[in-house]
Design a protein around this ligand. Structure first.
Ligand code: IMP
Ligand code: MG
Length: 176
């Protein structure tokens, strides 16, 4: 195995569940009408997205995007490539892009550009965690944020290190 150990739990399952409930309610209020397409960025968002959509009290559709950025490295390569692109029509729909964590913001910036060109009715970001390193870099401010993240490498609740730790029910930092 990767050999890395968990240093400490940063967000407990109960805290995450409470915050996800709040986000779901807030998202429900934000889109009183129109078609809503929740687009999960794989793989990192899969746990968050699964919990989140069940807390959004309005009709919606779910699809996914696969973009590669980090690979197994802990430092962003700056390359963002779409490996899976949803077949679903985006035009005229409210698009909510769901991301696990915002770090450099490179992935999101590229996606906002790509998806914006398809004429959605609106295009917003919902991220579980934000390191706030991308505040001056992002093309638009994320509308929904779960938690401000410490500047550590985090794993669990979908987030990985070299594909390990995604299944953990909490968010934790890795030991150096
Ligand atoms: P960005 O393009 O630099 O914002 O990177 C975004 C992607 O990098 C996220 O969707 C994650 O997959 C990954 N990432 C960034 N920071 C972390 C972290 O602390 N733990 C795990 N993955 C991370
Ligand atoms: Mg990742």
């Amino acid at each position: 195995m990767g050999g890395r150990r968990i240093a400490r739990i940063v967000f407990q399952p109960e805290e995450i569940a409470r915050r996800v409930g709040e986000l779901g309610a807030e998202i429900g209020r934000t889109y009183p009408d129109g078609e809503l397409l929740v687009l999960g960025l794989l793989k990192g968002s899969f746990v968050f997205l699964g919990d989140l959509v069940r807390r959004i009290p309005r009709p919606l559709q779910v699809d996914f995007l696969v973009a590669t950025s980090y690979g197994d490295a802990k430092v962003s390569s700056g390359q963002v490539r779409l490996v899976y692109d949803p077949e679903t029509r985006l035009e005229g729909k409210h698009i909510l892009l769901v991301e696990d964590i915002i770090d450099s913001g490179r992935t999101l910036n590229r996606l906002l550009e790509l998806l914006g060109a398809r004429h959605p009715k609106s295009l917003e970001i919902c991220a579980l965690l934000d390191k706030h390193l991308a505040d001056g870099v992002l093309r638009q401010r994320p509308k929904f944020i779960g938690f401000d993240a410490p500047l550590e490498f985090l794993v669990g609740y979908g987030l990985d290190h070299a594909e390990d730790f995604r299944h953990l029910p909490f968010v934790a930092s890795l030991a150096e």
